[in-house]
Design a protein around this ligand. Structure first.
Ligand code: BEZ
Length: 267
């Protein structure tokens, strides 16, 4: 059984496909926001600029951007994440919105997004929504998982699903990772000009002895649709055992992150 209390104190909620555990996200996966600070460097927010944060999660980076004096609005599809963001940063506007289906009458000077686009199935529509929300000359800076991102983890989960007889679940597409070329083509299709695009490996340490398990619980729920909770626990443990061969060294778990960082401008 996946319980509410793990030995290391992380709170793990039972699986709910599509739902996010906002507490686990902040407690164990704060590196998402920490790495996002590098992406903020590309945004270079200025005082009084109006900026949109697409997929703001619990608002950690939104707040950091606001510290520059910019006026920021954070949007996220998860009501749990938005509730936590509102509670933590009551002076910032946070709204529940779907990244591939939103509209703002007011237009922003810039848009920002960190570790969100690989969750969006209809990326073309999302880019259109971002484009439509920007003023002419407005910039869009974002980072997402590149092609082959966290491939070892998804492969281990598929292998463990197969072993337990859930072949059908191996076909579920959990994320949408792009190459630089695919992203540039989609950006240009909606009218953006791409100013800079880089792709790089960023192996990422997952905190604690249960780091890989916690990561899978937080980010891979979609693989376990309609599987009884007790079987899910076995599948995850088996996937973790597979990954121990390749992703665990000197007492540390690593995820094979590959990033795509992009700056584009609305012309
Ligand atoms: C990422 O940031 O690349 C990522 C995080 C969780 C699941 C999939 C990808």
């Amino acid at each position: 059984m996946i319980t509410d209390n793990l030995n290391d104190g992380a709170r793990i909620t039972p699986f709910r496909a599509g739902a996010w555990d906002a507490v686990l996200y902040d407690n164990k996966h704060s590196f998402v926001a920490k790495y996002g600070e590098d992406v903020m460097g590309w945004l270079a927010p200025k005082k009084n600029e109006h900026i949109l944060d697409v997929g703001c999660g619990t608002g950690t980076l939104t707040y950091k951007i606001a510290e520059s004096g910019a006026v920021i609005t954070g949007i996220d599809a998860s009501p749990e994440m938005i509730a936590k963001a509102k509670q933590a940063y009551s002076n910032i506007e946070f709204l529940v919105k779907d990244a591939s289906n939103f509209y703002f009458a007011k237009k922003f000077d810039a848009a920002f997004s960190n570790a969100t686009f690989h969750w969006i199935k209809d990326q073309q529509n999302a880019l259109q929504c971002v484009y439509d929300s920007l003023k002419d000359g407005g910039r869009f800076v974002y980072e997402m998982g590149a092609k082959h991102n966290i491939e070892s983890i998804h492969e281990a989960i598929r292998e463990a699903l197969n072993e337990e007889g859930f072949e059908l679940n191996t076909t579920i597409q959990v994320n949408y990772f792009s190459s630089a070329g695919e992203q540039a083509t989609m950006l240009e299709k909606v009218g953006f000009t791409v100013l800079n695009i880089i792709q790089f490996d960023r192996p990422t340490e997952l905190v604690g002895e249960d780091g890989m398990k916690n990561w899978i619980v937080q980010f891979c729920q979609a693989f376990f649709k309609l599987i009884p909770t007790e079987r899910v626990e076995t599948i995850i443990n088996n996937a973790v055992a597979i990954l121990k061969e390749t992703n665990y060294e000197n007492g540390k778990w690593r995820a094979d992150y590959k990033r795509l960082r992009i700056k584009a401008v609305r012309v």
